[in-house]
Design a protein around this ligand. Structure first.
Ligand code: MN
Ligand code: MN
Length: 326
């Protein structure tokens, strides 16, 4: 660990590296990283987006960032499989939560998220976010993919390409429809993995397929296995700038019950980790873990799963960025 992660302790007047302190101590930030306000000091920003005003059913993902921060104290530095230490390759910090001018006005929420992530984009800082419901990914992409549509690796029980719900075009089942319409994602460089669960209309599934997205329903995932799905994902996104969006309801609720729209028969945590590890070396521009709603999981495990997924994605982002800058 470098000096970057050390801070002065006001009590002991010593330099302290939070990563080397007992994990039950200190003020909670994502991964025990420094809280950073000067974007010039950052390569990768860990961001909370505590918004769940766009769900179709159970709310609670607004508490995702705080729960993930707390659970993320369990994370350490060096990945046990690929030996990436994300903190040695990049300067990683927690920039806090998105500020909302009005949490009751969804258009204002979209504008606020877009504006605040645009600051990160302008500063050349890569975002790794904790939602929040999945509607937050659309404004993130508005900030980071405005000029060029990105490739997308999307893990979820739902395609989130529906047109609207309850009269709103901006909710957690529509972000990738809007992103597609706005040219923020390239549907032919998009793969959606883990899709399942009955719907009242097939319109979202059909839209994804009509646009040329690769939709891997859960049954096909089981038949193919992780390695083949990884190989296909890699060939679909190629070397194109790629965003990873992970909705924890893509996991089976046995592993992640703390979410708003659980669907049984999903990915195991080990399959999900293997999928992410298979994305190593892609040309990544950012990622998110969304839909952690901790109140439905008194065990706290969903937050731990969310924190672990963030750490896995952080390793990929940090190495990808490092390789890009040479
Ligand atoms: Mn989703
Ligand atoms: Mn979902």
């Amino acid at each position: 660990m470098t000096d970057y992660y050390e801070r002065d302790s006001g009590l002991s007047h010593q330099r302290v590296n939070p990563m080397e302190e007992p994990r039950f101590t200190g003020i909670q930030t994502f991964m025990r990283c420094p809280l950073v306000t000067d974007l010039d000091l950052l390569d990768i920003a860990l961001v909370g987006v505590p918004y769940d005003g766009a769900v179709t059913n159970r709310s609670g993902a607004r508490h995702g960032p705080q729960a993930i921060r707390q659970a993320s104290a369990m994370m350490r530095s060096i990945h046990h499989v690929h030996r990436i230490n994300p903190y040695e390759l990049s300067r990683v910090g927690d920039v806090g939560d998105v500020q909302f001018s009005s949490m009751y006005d969804h258009a204002a929420v979209v504008a606020d998220i877009t504006a605040q992530y645009s600051r990160l984009a302008q500063a050349g800082v890569m975002p790794l976010s904790a939602g929040g419901d999945h509607s937050v990914t659309y404004p993130i992409l508005k900030a980071f993919a405005a000029d060029n549509p990105v490739a997308l690796v999307h893990i979820d029980a739902h395609t989130d390409t529906w047109d609207e719900f309850s009269g709103s075009k901006f909710m957690h089942g529509t972000p990738f429809r809007r992103a597609c319409e706005d040219g923020l994602i390239d549907p032919r460089r998009t793969i959606q993995i883990g899709i399942r669960g009955a719907q009242n209309t097939a319109e979202g599934w059909d839209y994804s397929l009509e646009q040329g997205m690769r939709v891997v329903f859960m049954e096909e995932f089981s038949q193919l296995g992780v390695a083949k799905v990884v190989a296909e994902a890699r060939s679909i996104v190629g070397n194109h700038p790629t965003y990873i969006s992970f909705d924890v309801d893509g996991l089976d609720p046995v592993f992640a019950p703390g979410t708003g729209t659980p669907e049984v028969g999903g990915l195991s945590t080990l399959e999900a980790l293997s999928l992410l590890r298979g994305c190593r070396g892609l040309n990544l521009i950012g990622g998110d873990v969304v839909e952690v709603a901790p109140s439905y999981d008194p065990s706290g495990n969903t937050a731990l799963v969310g924190a672990t997924l963030m750490y896995e994605i952080l390793c990929l982002l940090s190495e990808s960025r490092h390789q890009r800058i040479g």
